[in-house]
Write a protein that binds this ligand. Structure first.
Ligand code: ATP
Length: 235
């Protein structure tokens, strides 16, 4: 579904991605794990066209999307829920969700996306007239994911959805990610919480200073000594 080949991304002189090659197959949950600054967010930003790779290619459903604009990439079916939620605090839940559908014209489709989001997140339905700034952190995270789902993505990319949430809420968010996947949306998940990410993923990639150092089935990564020491809190 997604095929990234040898991408190199720079911020000025900083060589943030040094040849990332990875794939996501339809139906999978794939996770990217790595320490702070390893290049996880930059990988997602490059795939969505928010920053440009100097080399390499990105194919989605066998089409070259490397040079497309972020809008065009969303239209192809790729959506990113960015780190830090970034909901519009002064707008209501409903207005935030509506903005997610800004690229769409299919009224019936938009209504069924609303139904899907409200079914997945009943809390958002209860609070649809409430301004987003008054939601709790967990509810804002649900809203950010909901807004991405309003684009009807085939591939949903989530950047640190557990960031800053209490353990119980993290569990809820992870359960919801699994439900979204079971409904047919492919997931690329960036997480600091490698334990939980590997527990729900099919496969994982480990990034270190802009390079992929390991790629394997999630179960194998969970049992890999190096991964356990560096990312799963084993001493
Ligand atoms: P984190 O989990 O801390 O967000 P990450 O793995 O997502 O880390 P990135 O945010 O992709 O890492 O950062 C990769 C490298 O690029 C880091 O060295 C970072 O300092 C640098 N970087 C990221 N964004 C910018 C930017 N806008 N300008 C300059 N350098 C940047």
């Amino acid at each position: 579904m997604l095929k990234v080949t040898d991408i190199h991304t720079y911020y000025g002189n900083i060589h943030a991605l040094k040849g990332i090659t990875m794939e996501v197959h339809r139906g999978e949950i794939v996770t990217l794990i790595g320490s702070n600054g390893a290049g996880k967010s930059t990988t997602l930003s490059t795939i969505t066209g928010l920053v440009r790779s100097k080399m390499g290619s990105i194919f989605f459903e066998d089409k070259d999307i490397t040079s497309l604009s972020p809008d065009q990439i969303v239209k192809k079916g790729v959506s990113l829920t960015p780190e830090g939620r970034e909901v519009f605090p002064a707008l209501t839940v409903e207005e935030n969700l509506k903005l997610g559908a800004y690229i769409r014209k299919d009224k019936d489709g938009i209504q069924s996306s609303f139904d899907r989001v409200y079914e997945l997140f009943p809390r958002l339905h209860e609070r649809k007239k409430q301004t987003a700034g008054t939601l709790s952190g967990g509810e804002q995270q649900m809203l950010a994911i909901g807004r991405s789902l309003m684009t009807a993505p085939q591939l949903l990319m989530l950047d640190e959805p557990s960031l800053g949430l209490a353990p119980k809420l993290i569990e809820t968010i992870f359960e919801l990610i699994v439900s979204i996947n079971q409904q047919g949306t492919t997931i690329l998940l960036v997480e600091q919480n490698a334990n939980m990410a590997l527990a729900i993923a099919n496969r994982g990639y480990v990034l270190e200073t802009g390079k992929i150092i390991l790629c394997d089935d999630a179960r194998a990564l969970q049992e890999n000594d190096e991964v356990r020491k560096a990312y799963l809190g084993d001493i």
